[in-house]
Write a protein that binds this ligand. Sequence first.
Ligand SMILES: Cc1ncc(COP(=O)(O)O)c(C=O)c1O
Length: 423
Amino acid sequence: MIADETRLAIHGGTPAKQYPDPPMYPGGMAIDEEEEAAVLEVLRSKRLFRYYGPTPGPSKAEELEQAFAAAKGVGHALGVTSGTAALVCALHAIGVGPGDEVIIPAYTWIATATAVLAVGAVPIMAEVDESLLLDPTDFEAKISPYTKAVIAVHMRGAPCRMDAVIEAARRHGLKVVEDCAQANGATYQGREVGSWGDVGAYSLQFNKIVTSGEGGMVTTDSLELYQRAALFHDVNTSRHNLPEDKLLWGINFRMPELLAAVALVQMRKLGGLLDAMRARKRMLKAGMADVLAEKGLTFRTLHDEAGDAAIATILFMQTPQQAQAVSEALRAENIGAGVLYRPEARDYHIYAHWTPVMQQRAWSAGGNPWRWAQRPIEYRQDMCPRTLDLLGRAVHLNVSPLLSNEDVEETIEGVNRVLKALA
Ligand SMILES: Cc1ncc(COP(=O)(O)O)c(C=O)c1O
């Protein structure tokens, strides 16, 4: 599949890239004295809890919420403990519960599905298209009389076609949640992701573009939805200035002050990180475009190139075998490439590997969301064949903001060398 006569590293040649890729933790690798000072400030104040402590004034969590809402152009943001918690709050906010179905893309982190289960509803998986994002047509085809909402997931930094998703959702009277965990700072048609749907959910976990290690944010323009999310995230709902008869019970997803202090600094670094990743991705794509076209291969489709958070460059090969051979050859060139789906390698980003969900396992008989579903729900390994085909042919490259110009040039050289050698 890859010609032997070429001097590829996999055949004993010198790697095109001198050094392996830097670790792909954009915000995490940018942690410096600013985050240290922010954490120290909180520690020295001895106010580790957002709602009280020995020092008065607004909490870091509150400051973060204000900054986040302003950055996303929404009326309200709520700090929580994780992206999963943000999704659960979002689903409770819009009133999803037992008996409801929620459509999600077949390619997303399993937490999108388990958040749906956590509120007692069942996830229905829909195909992604060449953008590796929810296909609006298949989303519509998966709507049943019991569908309550759709979760559009902005995977690997790229914004979904929110106009099409929202148009279809509105026609069927569905609520729209945006899972923005992997796309902090992405925009669609100039508008921030997380501001299009009824509610947005962000993650600040360490793997994300900016991070406080763990953490999450809910975004919404609706005061009512914000209040419902806030009630659920804080068991002491009496804190939320609502009339007694409006209170609902909550649990505890409150954001700690130390995390909020780190996230506040990281949010100030987001723009610089995005600029750096976008510039590198532009160079990478421009440098690979000719060889890709020559070989009849394509990049992942982007619905809004300018709004892409640019954390990854994804190339489609013709077959899964080719994708695996190419990514192995690229790794030998010191380029951190990987295929997005291999049936034999468990990866919780693909529905086919979500065994506990696919087999409809429940924590308890009474608490089994599929039992409350209003029709029999059947999941099959091959129920989203297009998604599996696309992911199986997709070669993924990280775009670290730490790649030097030399790294970028060597990556282009390595990719072109490997692709040219393809039989
Ligand atoms: C698409 C997606 N949704 C949800 C989550 C859940 O976020 P967290 O890990 O902060 O709970 C993640 C990340 O882990 C994710 O990538």
